[in-house]
Design a protein around this ligand. Sequence first.
Ligand code: FMN
Length: 182
Amino acid sequence: QTPSTELDETLKNKNVLIVYLSRTKNTKAVAEIIHKHTGGTLVELVLENPYPENYKAIVEQVANENATGFLPVLKTKIDSIEKYDFVFIGFPTWGMQLPPPMKSFLKQYDLDGKIIIPFNTHAGYGVGSGFETLKKICKKCKVLEGFSTKGGVERDGILFVMDGDKEKQVQTEKRSGCKELN
Ligand SMILES: Cc1cc2nc3c(=O)[nH]c(=O)nc-3n(C[C@H](O)[C@H](O)[C@H](O)COP(=O)(O)O)c2cc1C
């Protein structure tokens, strides 16, 4: 057995929550890969008022929300968050930052004392300040090293990319990315 197979076995007996935000389903695909290995509860963040379909419109709205510190209202409700020991938190890079809905989640739910494993997809520019902001909001969490991989490039009309070889690559990257947990 490889260490990460053992890791997956260890996590299977813990209370694992996987929370993610995803628009074009790349982050969702990574969340599902993690879920397949660790089990637990998989939760997608959904908003009361969805973002516009149009790419330019969402980019503009997110820039405004970031500038004003606006926190969108979540439709998603998570029961008994206190029962989870490990929380995987996944999000796309938006404007080189943590997306506003993920800020809403982190501010709404008490994650103090939990072990957080962040993950991210982006269009080639990396996670930006996402992992740092997560750590700042969740000061009393134990935030492990994050895992980031290239996803879609919606600006160029490239939406979902997490299939075939890319999916296999992510599986491998996730394993090494989670080595700190071992
Ligand atoms: C509003 C918005 C802003 C984005 N800003 C960035 C960015 O600053 N840097 C980057 O690399 N990708 C950016 N992207 C691209 C996404 O991070 C990338 O396509 C990601 O894989 C999408 O994940 P998803 O399919 O789970 O929604 C942005 C996408 C959107 C919709």
